[in-house]
Design a protein around this ligand. Structure first.
Ligand code: RB5
Length: 147
């Protein structure tokens, strides 16, 4: 798969660990964002990767910051994007299987690289299950329920 990967300064180490693993797995990785300790703003780092996702240049997007939260909040404001912050492999798999979240967000200050890699692989290996989950995702993207 083509995958965009970005981080701010707080997520740069984990970003490079994930980049190495993705490359080992045969994915084509586009790396954006911070490459050193200079303090930067996570929305600025997220946007190039999110633009790649919404323009279909990539199939998936992985964002890393200190907690994953700022990246996810940023990503979920971009029309069409569904982003999930995860810290365990089960949630990572379900984020794709049930929520069709094509953007995975991780916190370098929250998870170690081993757990982060397990989350990444669980998410990559998952498939969206569709059916009732597609109906729910559609309602979510329309901004609510049918009442
Ligand atoms: C940076 O200090 C930190 O606030 C950022 O990486 C992220 O955790 C925000 O959500």
């Amino acid at each position: 798969m083509k995958i965009a990967l970005s981080s701010d300064h707080a997520g740069r180490h984990l970003k490079m660990v994930l980049a190495e693993r993705l490359t080992e797995l045969g994915h084509e990785v586009s790396i954006f964002g911070a490459m050193d300790a200079t303090s930067v703003d996570y929305p600025d780092c997220a946007m190039p990767a999110l633009v790649a996702l919404v323009s279909d240049e990539v199939e998936r997007c992985v964002l890393v910051c200190g907690t994953g939260q700022g990246m996810a909040m940023t990503a979920n404001r971009v029309p069409g994007v569904r982003a999930a912050v995860v810290a365990d492999p089960f949630s990572a798999r379900m984020a794709l299987a049930h929520n069709d979240a094509r953007c995975l967000c991780l916190g370098e200050r929250v998870v170690g690289s081993g757990v982060a890699i397990e989350c990444l692989e669980a998410w990559l290996d998952a498939s969206f299950e569709g059916g009732r989950h597609a109906r729910r995702v559609q309602k979510m993207m329309q901004g609510g329920s049918e009442g």
